[in-house]
Design a protein around this ligand. Structure first.
Ligand code: ADP
Ligand code: GLC
Length: 484
């Protein structure tokens, strides 16, 4: 059977707009699907970074105001490495610098409901007979809350089958009721089995309720979100729809993240040329202002600084690291109190702990390469990409057994060493003590050169390319079209 045509709708896409893993996934999965033969186009807002990247983008269609609260817009066409992009051009809503969701003060833009309401509405339109394009998808694939209202429009107005992928259930996109009419959704949608959620209009709940099929980014997370503890109050709905919920593990962009050919690094290396990794460690120590010590492991962190990532746990125990002894290099931004906590930590341990607050793609690569071990003690982690980058970079990760971390990292034990699968250090509780024990285990293993090399090589051998995931998504699209 021919693979269904797909519109991939997203609010982020690497390398142009990225606040986290959604950007990476949108930057790689559609391209992998196209490689695998899927007729796929990506819809995303024409943010300043895209205007700059595609100044010649052609106008494909003028879109009239599609609902009482929505402005008119245009659809521009561009291409990236053969992949067609549909840029939703509406300067009043998207021509804003910086983070796609936050104003310069760090608050959600007040009109995010309209900004992503329009994106969802247009995603649905392209899957409807009224579409201004001749090309028509069989499936509209929404990602996270920002596009999750598209399945609701398709449900109430008719059109293509829909899939919604949950990258993070903690962000749901909840707005006041008047947005319903402003976006042109019918009053009849205001139901517990429609878009209404505890008196608000919830984009994500709407998608989970009304999409033909639901997926999330790892098999373990697909199970976890049916549980109250992880489901952020959507667990009952997900249990109700368990028959339509699938878990597909993300891949990683193996061209972007390849230690043998990474322009950000001081020295390329590979599983068979691990010695050169030391050059990257020394370079990172210099770049971050750490002492160029060779007698202690260097732990690395690249992350949003949030409760989700468990980095408050690391903050609680990190004063012990210089005594272990070990060093720590942190790159991250997010929660203001946690940022301050990490800055103060670095000030207490000059030369041993270094912290950069901000977003820096190049430094992220150099930490993956220069650190000995990567720390990711997430409380929940739908998939997580950094642990996979770490495995590829011979930087065994310390992770918590949750979501995609549980699905990708095999704890070092006598059994897993014998099976040659041991590739990291897994803690099973989200407590500072459990994290500390795992850090101690990692530091001890690092001191045993041969053991450490085995662990590194086990991780570097793993295949995290997108081809597997692309095939699983193709099957999901076929199932969605068959069901609708
Ligand atoms: P999440 O999407 O929950 O933040 P992931 O592990 O899936 O977590 O993806 C995070 C992505 O964002 C990775 O590519 C990571 O390298 C990147 N990233 C996070 N914080 C920073 C930062 N401060 N600087 C550069 N890259 C970052
Ligand atoms: C989310 C999750 C992360 C996942 C990413 C891409 O941001 O927090 O775990 O890897 O989406 O799916």
């Amino acid at each position: 059977m021919k693979s269904p045509a797909v519109l991939f709708a997203t609010a982020e896409m690497a390398p142009w707009v990225k606040t986290g893993g959604l950007g990476d996934v949108a930057g790689a999965l559609p391209a992998a699907l196209r490689q695998a033969g899927t007729d796929i186009r990506v819809l995303l807002p024409n943010y300043p970074a895209l205007r700059a990247a595609f100044p010649q983008a052609a106008v494909l269609a003028e879109l009239p105001a599609l609902a009482p609260g929505l402005p008119a817009a245009r659809l521009l066409g561009a291409e990236s490495g053969g992949l067609p992009l549909l840029l939703l051009d509406c300067p009043a809503l998207y021509d804003r610098p910086g983070n796609p969701y936050l104003d310069p003060a760090g608050h959600d833009w007040a009109d995010n409901g309209l900004r992503f309401g329009l994106l969802s509405r247009v995603a649905a339109l392209l899957g409807q007979p009224a579409s201004p394009l001749a090309w028509r998808p069989d499936v509209v694939h929404a990602n996270d809350w920002q596009t999750a209202l598209a399945p609701a429009f398709l449900h109430y107005q008719g059109g293509a089958a829909s899939v919604v992928t949950v990258h993070n259930i903690a962000f749901q996109g909840c707005f006041e009721r008047p947005l319903l009419a402003a976006l042109g959704l019918p009053d009849a949608a205001w139901r517990f089995d429609g878009v209404e959620y505890h008196g608000q209009l919830s984009f994500l709940k709407a998608g989970l309720q009304l999409a033909t099929l639901i997926s999330t980014v790892s098999p373990t997370y697909a199970r976890e979100i049916q549980d109250e503890h992880f489901g952020y109050a959507l667990a009952p709905l997900l249990r109700h729809r368990a028959g339509q919920l699938r878990g597909i593990l993300n891949g990683v962009d193996t061209a972007q993240w390849n230690p043998a050919d990474d322009p950000a690094l001081a020295a390329p290396y590979a599983a068979s040329r691990l010695a050169a990794k030391r050059i990257n460690k020394a370079a990172l120590q210099r770049e971050m202002g750490l002492h160029e010590a060779v007698d202690r492991p260097l732990f690395g962190v690249v992350s949003r600084l949030t409760h989700q990532k468990g980095l408050d746990l690391l903050l609680t125990v990190a004063d012990g690291l210089p005594h272990l002894p070990a060093q720590l290099a942190v790159l991250g931004s997010g929660d203001r109190a946690m940022e301050a906590g990490y800055r103060a930590l670095a000030e207490r341990h000059p030369g041993q702990i270094a912290v950069r607050i901000g977003f820096d793609e190049g430094l992220a690569h150099r930490i993956e390469a220069g650190a000995d071990s990567f720390v990711m003690p997430s409380r929940f982690e739908p998939c997580g990409l950094n642990q996979m980058y770490s495995l590829r970079y011979g930087t065994p990760p310390v992770v918590r057994a949750t979501g995609g971390l549980a699905d990708t990292v095999v704890d070092v034990s006598p059994d897993s060493l014998a099976e040659r699968t041991a590739c990291g250090f897994v803690l099973d509780a989200d407590t500072p003590h459990a994290l500390w024990l795992a850090l101690e285990r990692a530091a001890a293993a690092w001191r045993d050169r041969r053991l450490w090399q085995r662990i590194q090589q086990n991780g570097m051998r793993r295949d995290f390319s997108w081809e597997h995931a692309a095939r699983a998504y193709q099957a999901l699209y076929r199932e969605a079209t068959a069901r609708s």
